[in-house]
Design a protein around this ligand. Structure first.
Ligand SMILES: [Zn+2]
Ligand SMILES: [Zn+2]
Length: 81
């Protein structure tokens, strides 16, 4: 029984997860180990604030498990009339 096949788990993307920046919507791969956003320095979100589910897509704005809004995109300066 070969022993060297455990380093790549979930090649179909099941183990992929991201961290998101709530400020500028930048994202980072969870495996990179970033804590703060490289663009604006805000602390990255690494899971749903409600149920702690991992973020599976860099485009995610809502939790896929419970529907909680992960990023509340409020445009800086307020572009609304
Ligand atoms: Zn940012
Ligand atoms: Zn959730």
């Amino acid at each position: 029984m070969p022993d060297g096949e455990q380093k790549v788990a979930g090649r179909n993307g099941s183990s992929r997860a991201y961290k998101l920046c709530p400020q500028c919507e930048n994202f980072s791969h969870l495996s990179e180990g970033h804590i703060f956003c490289v663009v604006c320095g805000t602390k990255l979100i690494e899971g749903c604030p409600s149920c702690s589910a991992p973020i599976r897509s860099p485009m995610a704005r809502f939790c896929t498990a419970c529907g909680t809004k992960i990023i509340s995109s409020t445009p800086p300066g307020g572009g609304w009339p």
